[in-house]
Design a protein around this ligand. Sequence first.
Ligand code: ATP
Ligand code: MG
Length: 385
Amino acid sequence: MSIKKRFIIASILAFVLPLVLIFLVSVGVGAAAVINAPQELTDKIFFRMSEIDRDIAEESVRPGGTFFKYIMIWLVAVFAILVGTLFGTVFFLSRRIVPPLSELKKAAEKITEGNLDFEVLHSNVAEVNELCVAFDDMRKRLKASVNERLVSERERNQMMANISHDLRTPITSIKGYVEGLRDGVAATEEMRDKYLNTIYIKASAMEKMVEQMSDLSELELGKMRFDFKVEDGGGFVEDILDEFRSDLDDETTLDYSPPIGRIKLVMDREKLRRVFANILGNAVKYREKGRPLKIGVTAEIKDRGLYVIVRDNGKGIPQEDINRVFDTFYRSDPARSEVKGHGLGLAISKQIVERHHGKIWLKSEENIGTEVYIYLPEYKEEHKV
Ligand code: ATP
Ligand code: MG
C-alpha cells in the first residue's frame, strides 16, 4: 500500500472512528443514565420539556448529582477514544514505515563501517520499498566497485611483481657476468666474448621490456604520437613479410595470399609493423617442438576494410586463456612454455590496432594452432590524415 493511501485511510479513521465511537458511547451512557435515574427525575428533565425544572436539572449534573457520574464516564470514554484513535492512527502510519527506515539507518551505518555484505529488507509500503530497493542497488554497485578496485589493485601489485621479476633476473645475471669479467673468471678471449655477448643480450631484453612498458603506458594515457599516412594495405603486408622472411629458419615456411585489388589504409607504418612483428614473432616463439612451422598469411578486402589473418600450426592456446591473452602481462600457462616473453606484445598490439579504428582477435586450438585476425578500415577521401 502506498503512503498516500495509508494517509487517506488514516485521516478517515482519525475523523470518522472517534465520531462514531463518541456517538455510540454517548448513546450508551445516556441510555444508562436514563435507565438508572429515578423515574420522577427523568420525567421532570426529559419528558416535560416545557416545564423543565432548571434547578433540579442543574443539581443532577453537579458533583454528587444523579447524572454526574455518567458525565464523568462519558468524558473519560471520549478522552480514551480521542487518545486511542490518535495513537492508533500514528501506529497505523508508522508500523510499516518506521522499521524499514531504521533498517536503512543501520544499513547506512554498516556501509560507513565498510561492511557491504548484507541485504536491505524490503517493505510493503510502495515508496519506502522503492527507497529500500534503491539503497540496496547502491550497496550492490558500491560493492562491485570496491571489488573492482581490489581486483585492479591486485593486478597492479601482480604487474609490479612481474616487472620487478622480469628486470631483476637479467640484472642479476648481468652482474654475475660483469663480476666474472672483473675477477678474471673469463680467462680466454673466447670466454670474454661469450660473457660480453650474454650481457648484451640480457641488456637488450631489458631494453625491450622497458620500451614495451613505456609504449603501453603512453598508449593507455593517450600520449603516444602516431604518424598517420595513407598507404596501400596489401603492399604494406607484403613489405613486412619480406622483412620477416629473412629471419626464418629452414624448418619454417611462410605463405602469403595477397588481397585481390588494392585498398588504401590510414596507418602509422612503424606502429603497425610492431603489431605484425609481435604476431609473427609469437608464431615462431610458440611453435610446437619437432613440428615444422607453417605460417600462412591471408589478406582479404572485405567489409570496407582489410582483413589480415595470420595462421600458425604451433602450440595453440588453451580455450580458457583465449580471452585473456590481450591483457597486460598475461601469458598462457607460462610454466608450460620455457619461451621468453613478458605478455605485453598482444596488449600493445590491441591498443595500436584500435588507434587505427581496427579490431584484433584470435582463435586458437591447443596443439593445432592459432589464427590471429586483424581488421583495418579503408581510407576514405573525407577522412583527414
Ligand atoms: P612479449 O611481450 O614479448 O610479446 P609474449 O609473447 O608472452 O611476450 P604476447 O605476445 O602478448 O606476450 O602473448 C601473450 C600470450 O599469448 C603468450 O604468452 C602466449 O601464451 C599466447 N600466445 C600468443 N600468440 C600465440 C601463438 N601464436 N601460439 C600460441 N600461444 C600464443
Ligand atoms: Mg609476443
